[in-house]
Each structure stands twice: as structure tokens, then as C-alpha cells.
Ligand binder design. Structure first.
Ligand code: FAD
Length: 381
């Protein structure tokens, strides 16, 4: 069988890998000039390894996904650390006992923090949105300090209009565990995501990749028996029910030489770095960006220079990248109309983050692509 696969991100390349190793012929197209989709990384002019479309922290609880990807990469283990800058200082974040000590200005125990939480958390037994989920765990002061402004900037919607999962996925701990994420496996591919996906592609017999090629051009040019589409589902259907809501982003990169960094040492606390952690959140409403990321903290790259990236949330229109599907009930209802059309499209399989309009991480789309390819292998056996 001949498959045309639209999108050379994790979804498209993993699907092609499985299908081609089962004897099918795959053609992958991507309108961008590179593979790896939003996980694309490259070395910038300063020689620093950068994630071109925002920082990608690989993590998973699935040993099956680790085993699969480990065939194509070694890993660099990371404890992703972040801080939040507000009221003129860097706070430990996600909220933990160290954050509480900063809040009250003196040493405290887990029992003190638990007492504070039980006195301050709002009594909301079944939180229905992102505001309620945080108020019910930590109360107003910590919610306003770290969540309200950040979320408003990121989504241009109040936390009470967003699904509980948006803020609810950030851990809140009464011990001193300050890891940003909780998954059992946290690491970056040693040579980056682009190299990882190039290696998967190299193990996909007979698969061809055509970059700078849009689906509209490819559908005629590459005759196929079945299509796998990993782009935006509303675009596939000509936005006939109107565009789905997305948030876009703008990234501002700035590099610093080793000499410039020496002056930053009092702030970064670490020679060779610009800021004290890989990611610093800026939750205050009047700061236009949401976070500054200095990936060198996570990659462990040995280089004198560094690069920081300021991330500005942006309204989406069709001329911009649709970075995030909006996790809100009205957006889910709008998506369902397109999902109904997709079910009737038996010669097309929709996989990945944009085609299913869900915020999936890389491990999840890898799992989804493997499962979809295995179903297709059975169907066309
Ligand atoms: C800012 C940001 C931060 C993230 N951080 C993390 C993280 O820390 N950890 C994590 O696990 N995940 C993270 N993710 C999610 C991660 O990017 C996705 O899980 C993963 O990239 C999805 O892969 P995909 O193949 O489904 O989609 P994509 O990577 O979006 O790839 C789809 C590809 O299809 C191409 N395409 C679309 N339409 C067409 C068309 N009509 N014709 C031709 N080509 C087309 C696009 O150019 C794109 O290259 C983040 C995402 C963003 C935006």
C-alpha cells in the first residue's frame, strides 16, 4: 500500500517508521524546510543548541515509549528546574516548602505549610475550571502570585474559563521536591530531537521525505491509497465551520558571550549562565512575556556562550503557527463538528496534536502514531 503522510513531526515520522517496516511505501511531506515539527532543534549563530519552537522537555511514565525511542538515541538525564519571578525576586516553583518559607520569610516545616493550606484553601469539592482547581489547593494569595496573571497572558482567557487541567497539571508539594515535572523518565535526546527523528527516518526503508511541500501540492503529486494527516483538522476541511481557536507564540532569542555572562553571575548564581534556572516564569500582568528559557541548563552543553529565549503569547490568525489548541469547553465543542467529519473520511487517518486538537506531549503522540500504524497494518494486511 502507498501512504502519503502530511507532517514530518513525531507523529508522521513514527507512523512512517512502523508502516515502512511492515512493507508499505511511505511518502512524507512537510511545508516547513526541516523535519521534527515543533520539536525541531538546531545550533544558533552563537553555537548554542536551541529548541526553535519553544522548549521541549521530554518526559514520560511509559517504559514502552522509552524503549522504542532509545533504539534511535542516547539520553541526557535532566531535572527540569524552574523559578517564578514576581514581586522583585526569584521564587522556588512549582510551589513547595521552599516557596512557603519565602512567602512567610522564615524557616517552616511541612506541617506548618499543611496548616497554612488547610486554613487558606477554598472549600470547592469538585473544581470545574482552572481557577477553582488552584484556589481549592492553595487559596487566593498563592493563586494570585503564580497562576492568575500567567494564565491570563498565556491564554488571553481568565483561568475560570479554562479546563481544570490547564493549571491543575502543575504539581503542588508540601516537601522540598522542586522538580517541575513528576514523570518517572525525564531526559533530553543526547544529540537533539532533529537527530532522533532523522535516525528514525533512516530506519524506515523506502520512505521519502519532501520538505517545503504543502499538502495541497502533494495530494496530486504523490498518488496514494491512504492518507495520514497530522496538520490542523480545521485547515484540512477548509475551515468550513470557521477556524478553531488557537494561541500562537512569538520568540525573541538573545545570545551572550562568556565575557558578558561574568557580569550576570550575581543574578544567575552560576558561572556561564544568564539566569538561575532553565526556565523563569514571569506571572505579572504588565510584563509582556510569560517565560524566559535558557536551555543550556538542561542540555548540559559545554560552551562559554548562552542563549535565552523570551516567549510572548500571541493572538492566532491563519498567517501564524497554531501552537496551542485552546483547552476550553467552547473550543472542544467547535472541534467536535470537525471530528464528526473526520470519522466519515475513511481514507484518511488523523493523528497528532493538531489533527486531534488536543495538547499532547511528545511521548503521547509517539504512542498514538504507533497505535494508528499498527491498526492500519492490520487493516491492509
Ligand atoms: C511551545 C511548545 C512547547 C512544548 N513543550 C513540550 C514539552 O516540554 N514536552 C513535550 O512532550 N511536548 C511539548 N510540546 C508538544 C510537542 O510539540 C508535540 O507533542 C509534538 O511536536 C507533536 O508532534 P506532531 O507530529 O503531532 O505535530 P507537529 O510537531 O506540530 O508536526 C506537524 C507538522 O505538520 C506540518 N504540516 C501541518 N500542516 C501541513 C500541511 N497542510 N502541509 C504540509 N505540512 C503540514 C507542520 O509544518 C509540522 O511540521 C510543546 C509544544 C509547543 C508548541
Amino acid at each position: 500500500m502507498k501512504f502519503l503522510i502530511v507532517g514530518a513531526g513525531f507523529s508522521g515520522i513514527v507512523a512512517a517508521h512502523r508502516l515502512s517496516n511492515a512493507g508499505h511505501k511511505c511518502t512524507i511531506v512537510d511545508r516547513r524546510p526541516h523535519l521534527a515539527g515543533n520539536a525541531h532543534d538546531s545550533h544558533d549563530k552563537a553555537g548554542v543548541l536551541t529548541h526553535n519552537y519553544g522548549p521541549h522537555y521530554f518526559r514520560t511514565n511509559s517504559q514502552r515509549i522509552v524503549d522504542y525511542l532509545s533504539q534511535f538515541t542516547d539520553w541526557h538525564p535532566v531535572d527540569y528546574t524552574i523559578k517564578s519571578f514576581t514581586e522583585g525576586k526569584h521564587w522556588p516553583f512549582p510551589i513547595n516548602l521552599n516557596t512557603f518559607e519565602e512567602l512567610i520569610g522564615k524557616p517552616a516545616t511541612a506541617a506548618d505549610f499543611e496548616r497554612y493550606l488547610s486554613e487558606n484553601r477554598h472549600d470547592i469539592p469538585d473544581p470545574k475550571n482552572s481557577e477553582e482547581v488552584i484556589l481549592s489547593q492553595v487559596g487566593s494569595r498563592l493563586y494570585e502570585l503564580f497562576f492568575e496573571g500567567y494564565t491570563l497572558k498565556q491564554w488571553k482567557r481568565h483561568p475560570r474559563e479554562l479546563d481544570p487541567s490547564v493549571c491543575g497539571r502543575i504539581p503542588i508539594r508540601t516537601n522540598r521536591d522542586d522538580r517541575y515535572l513528576s514523570e518517572s523518565f525525564q531526559a533530553l535526546p543526547k544529540n537533539g530531537y532533529t537527530a532522533l527523528l532523522e535516525n528514525i527516518l533512516a530506519d524506515s526503508p523506502g520512505t521519502t521525505l519532501h520538505l517545503n511541500t504543502d499538502f495541497q501540492e502533494a495530494r496530486e503529486k504523490f498518488p496514494h491509497d491512504h492518507l495520514i494527516f497530522t496538520g490542523a483538522i480545521d485547515e484540512y476541511f477548509g475551515r468550513r465551520f470557521g477556524p478553531l481557536p488557537y494561541r500562537s507564540l512569538r520568540f525573541e532569542h538573545e545570545s551572550f558571550s562568556g565575557r558578558e555572562l561574568r557580569e550576570r553571575e550575581p543574578i544567575s548564581g552560576k558561572p556561564g549562565f544568564w539566569q538561575p534556572a532553565m526556565q523563569v516564569n514571569y506571572p505579572e500582568k504588565d510584563v509582556p512575556f510569560t517565560r524566559i528559557v535558557e536551555l543550556k541548563h538542561a542540555t548540559g552543553q559545554q560552551i562559554a556562550a548562552t542563549t535565552i529565549v523570551r516567549e510572548f503569547p500571541d493572538d492566532w490568525d491563519p498567517s501564524k503557527e497554531p501552537y496551542y489548541p485552546v483547552p476550553a469547553p467552547d473550543a472542544a465543542a467547535a472541534y467536535r463538528k470537525y471530528a464528526t467529519l473526520a470519522e466519515a473520511e475513511t481514507n484518511t487517518t488523523f493523528i497528532g496534536r493538531l489533527a486531534t486538537y488536543r495538547y499532547y506531549n511528545m511521548d503521547q503522540v509517539t504512542g498514538m502514531a504507533i497505535a494508528a500504524a499498527e491498526n492500519l497494518i492490520k487493516r491492509f494486511a
